[in-house]
Ligand binder design. Structure first.
Ligand SMILES: Cc1cc2nc3c(=O)[nH]c(=O)nc-3n(C[C@H](O)[C@H](O)[C@H](O)COP(=O)(O)OP(=O)(O)OC[C@H]3O[C@@H](n4cnc5c(N)ncnc54)[C@H](O)[C@@H]3O)c2cc1C
Length: 402
């Protein structure tokens, strides 16, 4: 007898919510999406690695937008701290692990509308309202919307961002801290070609990360003290262009900043569980950390991929406690490993303590000088477990050849 397929409710309409809606609909689930339409323009870009791009491709989103993205072929870390212990430049090339590119850098102003367009094209029901309250019972999750209506489902997917009201309603506690840092985000043109290289300059206040865009353009995430972010954002175009060029050591020649500057305060939020009471957390509801190393949405897409896979094997009641326990168990190592790696790196930059600087310098130094270790980290960066798999493959090879 065929199993009945239960309904999925997705709260939140940022990238994670829209991708979750498409992925669940694609897997044959009836989906109800709840959340507002994007209102403010978003000048940020998102670097997505190959595994995340494969998910977008499968969902039919990538084909129409990839011409507006730039491939990431080389990633470079430059120690610009001026501290006693400094590490050499570390360069990661996709070609070293047999890939043409690590991923694509996509403007959010392109990705967001493409996802929303696909949701409409798919005929997914989208209630453009906020969830006002949650009633989470043993058999179903009920969302009471701001317009007074109710939506119920076997499984509620919390894609409602860093403050996640659904997470709170499910009684999931979090550990949180805010950093004395903010990210200034803008795009800029430059006179030299970027050669599809992203460069992350490590400074005492955080990383300054340039990521290529199509043409002689790049995006910038510049992590500084909150006051400095405000001061920089208030500069006129010519003065800010000069500051960016100086910080980039004129690597890309003459810099011209484009209109639009955004500031994001930096914080970290880690839930103690990733699912509870018919609610499964994805995206920033499940993990918030500083924008270092392009991890956030890549991790969010892995949350969604795992959740849809687990739900597909439990179609009649994907929100049942034992199913949510599988999701929690599966996501925990990946989320905790990524969050702690990013937080540790960020703290080692901020730390004036010599041991922290030495550890970072030594780590990057070893990484820079030892190709197999670099390859391991590149593979792990793309897809967790694949670095270990390649190592195991490498170790197994001689045995197979015998
Ligand atoms: C400067 C910066 C650069 C970044 N660069 C990268 C990168 O290069 N690569 C990468 O992978 N990641 C990157 N990230 C991380 C990435 O942007 C986030 O992981 C991603 O945007 C999170 O999406 P989300 O949908 O989970 O959350 P959000 O985008 O915050 O969406 C949450 C949604 O929930 C809705 N909502 C809230 N409450 C309710 C409610 N009660 N009812 C209904 N809806 C509700 C909100 O309106 C919103 O639509 C970057 C982040 C920053 C800040």
């Amino acid at each position: 007898m065929e199993q009945e397929t239960a309904r999925i409710l997705i709260a939140g309409t940022g990238p994670a919510g829209l991708i979750a809606a498409l992925a669940f609909a694609d897997a044959g689930f009836p989906v109800q999406l709840v959340g507002p339409e994007a209102s403010a323009p978003d000048g940020r870009t998102t670097a997505l690695m190959m595994p995340a791009l494969k998910v977008l491709e499968r969902l039919g989103v990538l084909q129409d937008i990839k011409s507006q993205a730039a491939p990431l072929k080389v990633m470079r870390i430059v120690d610009a701290t001026g501290r006693l212990i400094r590490s050499p430049v570390v360069t990661f090339r996709a070609s070293e692990i047999g890939e043409d590119q690590f991923g694509l850098n996509l403007p959010n102003s392109v990705l967001g509308p493409a996802l929303a367009g696909k949701v409409a094209h798919h005929g997914i029901e989208w209630r453009r309202s906020m969830v006002k309250t949650w009633q989470l019972g043993p058999d179903e999750a009920v969302a009471v919307l701001a317009d007074g209506s109710e939506v119920s489902a076997s499984l509620a997917v919390a894609a409602d961002g860093r403050l996640s009201p659904a997470r709170e309603a499910a009684g999931v506690s979090t550990t949180a801290r805010s950093y004395p840092q903010a990210a200034l985000v803008l795009n800029f043109g430059h006179s030299r070609e970027h050669a599809f290289t992203s460069t992350e300059f490590h400074t005492e206040t955080g990383p300054f990360t340039q990521v290529p865009l199509p043409g002689n353009r790049s995006s910038l995430v510049w992590v500084v003290k909150p006051d400095t972010a405000e001061e920089l954002a208030a500069l006129d175009d010519a003065a800010l262009s000069q500051r960016v060029e100086r910080q980039m050591q004129s690597m890309l020649g003459r810099v011209t900043v484009e209109p639009g500057r955004q500031i994001y305060p930096l914080s970290t939020v880690t839930p103690l569980r990733f699912a509870r009471q018919r609610v499964a957390l994805v995206g920033e509801a499940a993990h918030v950390f500083p924008p270092i190393g392009a991890q956030g949405l890549n991790l969010g897409i892995r949350d969604i991929d795992d959740l849809v896979g687990i739900a597909s094997e439990n179609r009649s009641d994907p929100g049942a406690p034992e199913v949510l326990a599988i999701y929690d168990f599966k996501r925990r190592p990946d989320i905790l490993a990524r969050s702690s790696a990013v937080n540790l790196l960020n703290m080692s930059l901020l730390s004036d303590l010599l041991p922290a600087q030495m550890a970072r310098g030594a780590g990057l130094g070893v990484l820079g000088g030892f190709a197999p270790l670099r390859a391991f980290f590149m593979r792990e960066g793309l897809r967790p477990g694949s670095g270990f798999a390649a190592l195991a493959g490498g170790l197994r090879k001689p045995a197979r050849q015998q």
